[in-house]
Design a protein around this ligand. Structure first.
Ligand SMILES: O=P(O)(O)O[C@H]1[C@H](O)[C@@H](O)[C@H](O)[C@H](O)[C@@H]1O
Ligand SMILES: [Mg+2]
Ligand SMILES: [Mg+2]
Length: 340
């Protein structure tokens, strides 16, 4: 099966895109080898395993947790985050052995973050870990699926609320299978905004985050909320429950799925500098309309963040003669974990 799949993959690389009806058997093969352009079966499998992962998260939600730190005293991770991610990745790998993964906790444990043209699952096993630790009832599983670096579907499961948000590119956005659309609000003075105060605690980030709040509130706008999970924040824009979300410092796994859900709900997703959205840039504005999105980008400022695909990039190819000594090697600001 696998050698046929690899053969088909080779065949596919010499053609553009196959788009032909296929029987079950060949569609199974084609899905596994990224030839099919209809990813419904993959999405349905993603939803199936997200439902299984939710059970594990809800069970752990109620009990005391062992908490570890990553990049700052406010960047938490638990064994449940790690266990759920391993469960999701192994279940997907078993069904789609040729697919690739970018997982928040795998990257935190040192895996390289490389987004290629291959079918890739971008996974945040628990978005809202701080909420999870404190039993604040907004925790989500976020699963995005990209092919040739384009998001084909996104799944965000708000576990305690039991709200499963999903979208397949070009086919609309849904919450528990009911279609959702943004508010369409075009006037920022009539808007309710959502944002996050992330895990940064350095002076520059804190002063820019607080000055952004001040600058937006004095426009004026109706208000600002923070749910504690970027994925759910953005799904609230997709439902029209809020009109815009902005954030600097989050990661691709936080927002890759919900960015597609917002767009499929009729919303707009851009970079905070007003340019095209780039999931690796760690800056986003998701809004009900382009006018609100661009008004926000004129008001807020971003603090510097290293891109995801630079922060966790593979080490540069070694030159034949390695002049650096151990003491001079620059160690990446990885996210080593230590128990509280
Ligand atoms: O670490 P998880 O997966 O909980 O993701 C959250 C980030 O940790 C926050 O910094 C960030 O502000 C967002 O809340 C994001 O959802
Ligand atoms: Mg997250
Ligand atoms: Mg997480």
């Amino acid at each position: 099966m696998l050698c046929l799949a690899i053969f088909l993959e080779e065949l596919h690389s010499s053609f553009s895109i196959f788009a032909f009806p296929a029987s079950d058997f060949s569609s199974q093969i084609l899905q596994r080898t990224s030839i099919m352009t209809d990813w419904t079966e993959c999405m349905n499998y993603g939803i199936h395993i997200a439902r299984e992962a939710r059970e594990a998260i809800l069970h752990a939600f109620r009990i005391k947790k062992a908490v570890m730190l990553k990049s700052s005293p406010a960047d938490l991770v638990t064994e449940t985050d790690q266990r759920v991610e391993k469960m999701l990745i192994s279940a997907i790998h078993e069904k789609y052995p040729l697919h690739k993964f970018i997982g928040e906790e795998s990257v935190a444990a040192g895996e390289q973050l490389i987004l290629t043209d291959s079918p890739t699952w971008i996974i945040d096993p628990i978005d809202g870990t701080t909420n999870f630790v404190h039993r604040f009832p907004f925790v989500a599983i976020s699963i995005a699926f990209t092919v040739k670096k384009q998001t084909e579907f996104g799944i965000v499961y708000s576990c305690v609320e039991d709200r499963l948000y999903s979208a397949q590119r070009g086919r609309g956005a849904f919450c528990n299978d009911i279609p959702i659309t943004t508010s369409g609000q075009e006037d920022i003075t009539k808007s309710l905004l959502v944002t996050e105060i992330g895990s940064e605690r350095d002076e520059l980030a804190l002063s820019i985050m607080t000055s952004n709040l001040h600058r937006l509130l004095e426009i004026p706008i109706h208000g600002i909320r923070a749910v504690g999970t970027a994925a759910v924040d953005m799904c609230l824009i997709a439902t029209g429950g809020a009109d815009a979300y902005y954030h600097i410092g989050m990661h691709c796994w936080d927002i890759a799925a919900s960015a597609l859900i917002v767009c499929e709900a009729g919303g707009v997703v851009i970079d905070t500098n007003g340019s095209e959205f780039d999931m690796m840039a760690r800056r986003v504005i998701a809004a009900s309309s382009s006018s609100v999105a661009h008004r926000i980008s004129q008001v807020i400022r971003a603090f510097p963040c290293q891109r995801d695909d630079e922060l966790h990039a593979p080490p540069p190819k070694k030159s034949t003669i390695d002049h650096t000594t151990d003491s001079n090697k620059v160690h990446k600001t990885g996210s080593g974990q230590r128990r509280l």
